[in-house]
Design a binder for this molecule. Structure first.
Ligand code: GRF
Length: 194
């Protein structure tokens, strides 16, 4: 399928567990005239995820998946991704770890955005850890997902200065603002190489 600007459209699914502010920025980007992506599916492991409101707001299909049995959950997700002809996946505050098998099926096609300057500070509670270690900079990274946590190829990265009086909340807010700029840029970059 092509967009009105003649570009081929790449169907993208965004996986969320919470607020979905990155989802919102990706949707906004996809609606721009020059974008060649379409966010046509939102997947969540949590039926209370706030970000699910964007399904109604932007008329995007949503699926809430029960992750009690991860293998079954992933089997269901694969079926749904096929149904919607999804070519790329963006993890945006998605709190479940996908299995090697799932990642293999989508090799080079799953992006993630941790709020840290990878390869430093992999995992959770980044803001608290960087402040505790008196780092001068933190930031955010968009990377391809592989079978090791936060370790796939880096697509784009943005540094954020840490101020002396920063708390984990104030730092998280400034980093998140940069995430909203970085993630669409990285998705754009990947989609053109696709
Ligand atoms: C972001 O800080 C992102 O880096 C991390 O989880 C948070 C999700 O925020 N992976 P939101 O749900 O996109 O608002």
């Amino acid at each position: 399928m092509k967009k009105s600007n003649g570009k081929n459209i790449i169907n993208v699914a965004v996986f969320i567990s919470g607020t979905g502010s990155n989802l919102k920025s990706l949707i906004r980007h996809s609606l721009k005239k020059n974008s060649n992506i379409k966010i046509n599916l939102i997947i969540s492991d949590n039926n209370k995820a706030k970000g699910l409101i964007y399904s109604k707001k932007f008329k995007i299909k949503k699926e809430v998946i029960d992750f009690k049995n991860i293998e079954l959950a992933e089997k269901n997700i694969l079926k749904i991704l096929n149904k919607y002809n999804i070519k790329l996946i963006c993890l945006a505050g998605f709190m479940k770890i996908l299995t090697k098998n799932f990642i293999k099926d989508f090799k080079g096609k799953i992006l993630n955005i941790p709020p840290s300057l990878l390869p430093k500070y992999k995992g959770l509670n980044t803001h608290a850890r960087v402040i505790k270690n008196k780092e001068n900079y933190s930031g955010c990274t968009v990377h391809l997902v592989n079978s090791k946590l936060d370790s796939g190829k880096i697509i784009l990265q943005k540094r954020v200065k840490i101020f002396k009086n920063d708390t984990k909340k104030s730092l998280a807010k400034r980093v998140l603002k940069q995430e909203h700029i970085l993630y669409p840029k990285a998705l754009n970059k990947l989609s053109f190489n696709h």
